[in-house]
Design a protein around this ligand. Structure first.
Ligand SMILES: [Zn+2]
Length: 305
């Protein structure tokens, strides 16, 4: 590159000013290239310019933070991804999602909402039978960092009870709605035996509902999405060790075969959240859903709504 620039006078450039401009353009191009590469390496600009992120990364805590029991991403050395599917079970899509995963032999980790589990407990049993994992996504999908300690315990506890009644298995994975948490949430989650699971790639597979979510029409138009758009977003951002955020939505059910085919074609393996944790350099072992005796589901905790 430098040799090319130095030979510029021989290319009959009119004067030194043109050569200077060419050198500046080259430096600018290299800087942009380096910046984009670093952004990719750091999983986004926010991390790239965060001293805290690089300090955590030097300790390996950008993958898993043992003090917070917070799993953030898989190993950068392994060509694998983890599909996480939030906010269900949703009757309009969960059947098809489970069918596709089962047919394709792809494990997924479902972060379920307790109040929805109560309506459709049958799907929870199927998740366990298929070898998928189930995690706590609270009872009513409330933002945990806005709640009192007692309310946080109830949001997690009600969801636990519904899942345990539905399938006879406990949960040890948790994802706070909107990834909103504070020190109190972390403390309570730890006391209740949870490991928090984050995510790295958002498929933006949700379509806000007019008038319900109070989303302005202009924003809504940008968020509206099709199955091929969802798949394209995921495939474009995929890289080693990412945790992918999907939602239990009809659009996602349609996009899932495209996502699975595309990622497989690019050479990625699918692993569950706990498999991904086990393969971290520090080998974090969590049993996602140990079985319990069905008759004991309400004996250990009593929550009154
Ligand atoms: Zn959610």
């Amino acid at each position: 590159m430098v040799a090319i620039v130095m030979s510029l006078p021989r290319l009959n450039f009119a004067n030194r000013r043109l050569r200077l401009i060419a050198i500046l353009c080259l430096i600018l191009g290299l800087a942009v290239f380096a910046l984009l590469w670093l952004r990719q390496e750091a999983d986004g600009f926010e991390n790239l310019f965060s001293a805290n992120y690089w300090a955590e990364r030097s300790r390996g805590e950008d993958l898993y933070n043992p003090a917070e029991k917070f799993f953030k991403r898989g190993s950068r050395r392994l060509k694998e991804v983890c599909l996480t599917i939030d906010d269900g079970p949703h009757i309009a899509s969960i059947g098809r999602i489970l069918e596709v995963l089962h047919e394709q032999h792809v494990p997924a980790t479902f972060f379920v909402v307790g109040s929805k589990v109560k309506q459709h407990p049958e799907f929870l049993r199927q998740m366990i039978e298929d070898g998928d994992e189930i995690g706590n996504h609270t009872e009513d999908h409330l933002r945990l960092d806005t709640l009192s300690p007692e309310e946080i315990r109830k949001e997690l506890g009600f969801c636990e009870e519904n899942v345990e009644r539905a399938c006879g298995h406990r949960m040890h994975l948790m994802r706070p709605p909107g990834m909103r948490f504070n020190a109190e949430v972390l403390k309570i989650a730890d006391e209740m035996g949870y490991t928090i699971v984050g995510w790295n790639i958002g498929a933006k597979d949700f379509i806000p509902k007019k008038g319900v979510d109070k989303v302005p029409p202009t924003v809504q138009a940008n968020l509206s999405t099709t199955p091929s758009m969802v798949a394209e977003r995921v495939l474009k951002q995929a890289k080693n060790g990412v945790i992918i955020l999907l939602h239990d939505e009809p659009t996602t059910a349609d996009a899932l075969p495209l996502i699975i085919d595309g990622l497989r074609a690019d050479g990625y393996e699918f692993v569950s959240a706990t498999e991904m944790m086990e393969q971290l350099p520090q080998h974090v072992v969590v049993q996602a859903n140990p079985p319990i005796e069905l008759h004991a589901t309400t004996t250990s905790r009593t929550f009154i709504k």
